[in-house]
Design a protein around this ligand. Structure first.
Ligand code: ASP
Length: 584
């Protein structure tokens, strides 16, 4: 037997027992007469001690250990003289009697401890060593727990886990596809699924009325902190349901996961639901962070009346009240202004209005507005003495975007975005279509299988941009955790939708013929949702980066620097695939 216990297990109650541990040497300290060794595995760390009077060979073996050696250590559990309350095993140590090196290790390129001294790139290159560190091990455990709780919930609710293929034809999820050349079909390509969307709908036609899959999806997009070229979804679909049925089912799943994994309980009240248009107007964003208020207020009509050209020329003027910030210094205001002027946010400037505790009103536009004007803005916004108001103007869309970022940054600076608090929300009634100026055509906001709201179908011809969809997102703390829709299941409506999206009947048939044909053979009404599992995990773990929750992620250029992928392949391989080499 390699071990009787793990390295996080022993307590005072075990004192006197003879035990064997196996693990990695985190550190070893030779204090002359005594040697202390910390041995680590994924359960914790235990201190081993070679005391005075130990056999010379044992002392020698202990002093010969290097960091990350894999050892097997046998000894007796004894009470520790200097207890360490920070360690779960800190009441005891092991008086060593036998020590065996199972595997030697080179000096690791960075320290493998709670906080490592290694930079990002180095840790990515040696990901298998980084994964030994307790924070990453905790993340993998959270991920495992969450997957198990989702799977358990869905199983009990009668969902069947069914796998769908990875080598498929392009799915229209709006991103670029990764393609795979087919050797047996020279010159032709498979696409890797951006999601199992069409297959799960086909499964509904096949009568599997509750489906789920914890599944890898692939999208060839530019990467950001919360994006990876391959990521995991909890993908679900149900038949004979309306929007309320889907929201109710998955709200229960979310509650179960929060409760099981984090011990977080929400009250009996259903999660809040907010129409998309309201989210945009009040938060400038379709995934509002509801952990704090400070909503956006429109001031367009009110603020236009004087001779301030910047406002008078603006399509939209809006403001956010920074509660209790009247005492902000010039420097703080300038910093915030610089923040929203960064190219990613793109504000031209920031107007401020300060409501001093003594009743004075000061602003960066005092030249144009009287104290009464500014007071009237304040009362429209609900700002009080002691508050600061920040005003943004310009095009409507752009200004709302700036205000949304401004609000989030203020929330951050004021400490209102507490990672241990969770504010769940369903955003509903998304627009069905989104107009793109550049290509002068509509795109599906969610995907082309999303159904319009029955009461809006009449607008499909007259005002397609105003049609709302039976589409919903699950948002927590400003993070879009999941999204889905009720699907079109009528052939005729689906054909109309493809036409609106600019497909000729032939092109629609060629791309989606299999689905439209399937709908000819009895399609049930259906709908579903997919949760971004990596993001869900990082939310639960209180981190902004999904990378920390993926065992082997890619870096920002889509590379796996550990295995060095992607990489060139030999000419012979390309020839076999009928591909042409670009190499010299
Ligand atoms: N396939 C969709 C997505 O990946 C989710 C859904 O509509 O169920 O966003």
């Amino acid at each position: 037997m390699y071990r009787t216990h793990n390295c996080g297990q022993l307590r005072a109650a075990d004192i006197g027992q003879k035990i064997t541990l196996a693990g990695w040497v985190q550190k070893s300290r030779n204090l002359g007469a005594m040697t202390f060794i910390d041995v680590r595995d994924r359960y914790g760390i235990t201190q081993l001690v070679v005391g005075e009077g130990a056999e010379a060979s044992l002392k020698e073996a202990a002093d010969g250990l290097g960091r990350e050696f894999v050892i097997q250590a046998t000894g007796t559990v004894v009470e520790r003289a200097a207890k360490n309350p920070k360690m779960a095993t800190g009441d005891v140590e092991i008086a060593l009697t036998e020590l065996k090196v199972l595997s030697r290790a080179d000096t690791p390129p960075f320290t493998i401890e709670e906080n490592s001294d290694g930079g990002d790139d180095l840790r990515m290159k040696y990901r298998y060593l980084d994964l030994r560190r307790p924070p990453l091990q905790r993340n993998m455990m959270i991920r495992h727990r969450m997957a198990q709780s989702a799977r358990g919930f869905l199983d009990r609710e009668g969902f069947l886990e069914i796998e769908t293929p990875f080598l498929i034809k392009s799915t229209p999820e709006g991103a670029r596809d990764f393609v795979v050349p087919s050797r047996m079909n020279a010159g032709e390509f498979y696409a890797l699924p951006q999601s199992p969307q069409t297959f799960k709908q086909l499964l509904m036609v096949s009568g599997y009325d509750r489906y789920f899959q914890i599944v890898r999806c692939f999208r060839d997009e530019d990467l950001r902190a919360d994006r990876q070229p391959e990521f995991t979804q909890i993908d679900c679909e149900m038949s004979f349901v309306e929007q309320d049925d889907v929201l109710e089912t998955f709200e229960r799943m979310a509650r179960f996961m929060f409760s099981e994994t984090l011990g977080v309980e929400f009250g009996a009240e259903p999660f809040r639901r907010m129409p998309w248009s309201e989210a945009m107007a009040r938060y400038g964003n379709d995934k509002p962070d509801l952990r704090f208020g400070m909503e956006i207020h429109e001031l367009t009509d009110r603020a236009k009346s004087r001779d301030f050209a910047v406002f008078n020329d603006a399509e939209y003027i809006g403001a956010v009240c920074a509660t209790g910030c009247a005492d902000w210094t010039r420097k703080q205001i300038d910093e915030l202004t610089e923040y929203v002027k960064r190219p990613q946010i793109g504000a031209k400037g920031l107007v401020w209005v300060r409501l001093d505790e003594n009743g004075d009103v000061k602003s960066s536009v005092d030249k144009f507005y009287s104290a009464e004007d500014l007071q009237s803005w304040a009362s429209a916004i609900g700002a009080r003495q002691g508050d600061m108001i920040f005003v943004v103007s310009g095009g409507r869309k752009q200004s709302l975007r700036v205000l949304s970022e401004l609000r989030l940054e203020l929330g951050e600076r004021l400490g209102l975005r507490d990672k241990t608090k969770f504010a769940p929300l369903w955003v509903v009634d998304f627009p069905l279509l989104e107009w793109d100026d550049e290509t002068a055509r509509f795109y599906a906001m969610h995907h082309p299988f999303t159904s319009p709201k029955p009461e809006d179908v009449a607008l499909l011809d007259s005002d397609p941009g105003a049609v709302r969809a039976n589409a919903y997102d699950f948002v927590v703390n400003g993070v879009e955790v999941g999204g889905g829709s009720i699907r079109i299941f009528e052939q005729e409506l689906q054909a109309r939708m493809f036409a609106l999206l600019g497909f000729t009947p032939e092109a629609a048939q060629e791309q989606f013929g299999f689905l439209m044909n399937a709908f000819k053979f009895g399609a049930p009404p259906h709908g579903g949702i997919a949760f971004g599992f990596d993001r869900f995990c990082s939310l639960f773990g209180g981190s902004d980066s999904i990378r920390d929750y993926i065992a082997f992620p890619k870096n920002n250029s889509g590379r796996d620097v550990m295995i060095d992928a992607p990489a060139a392949v030999a000419k012979a391989q390309l020839d076999e695939l009928c591909l042409v080499s670009t190499a010299e």
